[in-house]
Design a protein around this ligand. Sequence first.
Ligand code: GTP
Ligand code: MG
Length: 555
Amino acid sequence: MKRDVRILLLGEPKVGKTSLIMSLVGEEFPELVPLRAEEITIPADVTPEKVPTHIVDYSETEQSDEVLREEIVKLLVNGGAEKGSKIPIILVGNKSDLRSGSSMESILPIMNQFSEIETCVECSAKNLKNISELFYYAQKAVLHPTAPLYDPEDKQLKLQCVRALSRIFSISDQDNDHILSDAELNCFQKLCFGNPLAPQALEDVKTVVWKNTSDGVQDNGLTLNGFLFLNTLFIQRGRHETTWTILRKFGYDDTLDLTDDYLYPPLRVSVGCTTELNHLGHQFLQKLFDKYDEDKDSALSPAELKNLFSVLPYMPWGPEVYSNVSLSDDNYISQHGYFCQWMLSAYLDVHRCLEHLGYLGYPILMERESQTSAITVTREKALDLEKRQTQRTVFLCKVIGPRGTGKTDFLQAFLQRSTERNERDPGPPTIYAINTVSVANQDKYLILEEVDVETEFLKTADAACDVACLMYDVSDPDSFNYCASIYKQHYMDRGIPCVVVGSKADLIEVKQHHGMSPSEFCYKHRLPSPLHFSTLLTHTHTHIYSKLTWAAMYP
Ligand code: GTP
Ligand code: MG
């Protein structure tokens, strides 16, 4: 919303510009006026739109073209010209007292030729006709411009406006039946305007739409076409502010983009803190899931997922989601997997996550100031360690080991997937797997991140995590060397718990070409003795993952 409005009066000498300003201010016609009135500012509380308004006079006799140009630049800056919006124009016919009948007929062709002309008005400074109206229209043209919404030539909403209103419709259609029921319309009305519609008004609205469209009303509710028609009607009747109020409520700016303030609310996350979805975020996402799980199989098919994200300009989850989380029997994203993926997104890139929640309408539907209320920023890890307890529910485990050790299998086994099944899985390889692990009867989220030691892992920061899983291949005599050197280089004396896991435990264990055996190494460095993992020994899996979670929670 604009902070102030600048109105510049332009025209040939003697048309009555100065007189108009003086009439407005003095509420009577001044017989004698100076060539040019001083700039005046009308305070916010006495303007109809409650925005401070500056009125600037121009006189060709007194002012050079250079000065005029400067004044126009001021308008451009005030109007946000950097985003490409045009300065709206009001065409004023003054001295209507000297003429009987209207000049509109000769004006209309000019209006049609220039889309910047918002409206035209006939007035008289002499008998004070339409004076306050004229300044009100000017103020409205700035605050609620037609140009971004409506094409006067085609007599229809512009594409960008249709897109925005379609998103608003989708979000407001809470049961996803593509119709706004009375209850949904009232809810919408309350969100946008503060109070529900009177029952008669609601019926009137539907009757107007029903009379004027073929498909605007269905099952006693408003369809998307009906909703669009209604907004077209508002604009055609000069009630742009109604449509603008709706658009602004849903986060749009004057060029019909969602504002940065809306999409990217500030959230401070200090070093050592992490971000998690809290119960509000959970509640919102649960509703969203229920809305789009149309066949109620507790899983989202690709089509259902696409619909869920249809209010975003892009698909936020790539194909990797199918490898990040556990899937349903049909290889769909299960409800559990859905929440896991949101948790992962909130943990890894919270600002992106907030952006997604913004597109999905979180602040509007939850009636919150912003999406940040869906997120809990945990306290610093150092404080957790000091107090020997944690309120966190999400923990990061880096799975570190040389190539070919079976890290990917280890991640996929965490999602209860066998290697066989992997082969027909739709998802591409990913470095993350997230699932819940029950610890002392509470579900905690554990993120496994696969780290390829041979390529990355050079900086100390790469080592940061809640628990490190150092993995070696029991059948490869060279593989433990990597774990040992990574441990010494990055984890010794750092306070990050480490768990050594020997993979491929179904194969014959060979002697490692390291000075010490893995068991001796762990004993010496006071690490828990090595665990053994094999994709074939599925009964041991739970034990390993919960051991990792325990270690992460209670280092
Ligand atoms: P410049 O400052 O020279 O550009 O002129 P201006 O556009 O400011 O016009 P100004 O207000 O000085 O008015 C010019 C003449 O028209 C004055 O004699 C006014 O009294 C007269 N006038 C202004 N408005 C009206 C009106 O609504 N009706 C009639 N009859 N006369 C008007
Ligand atoms: Mg003048």
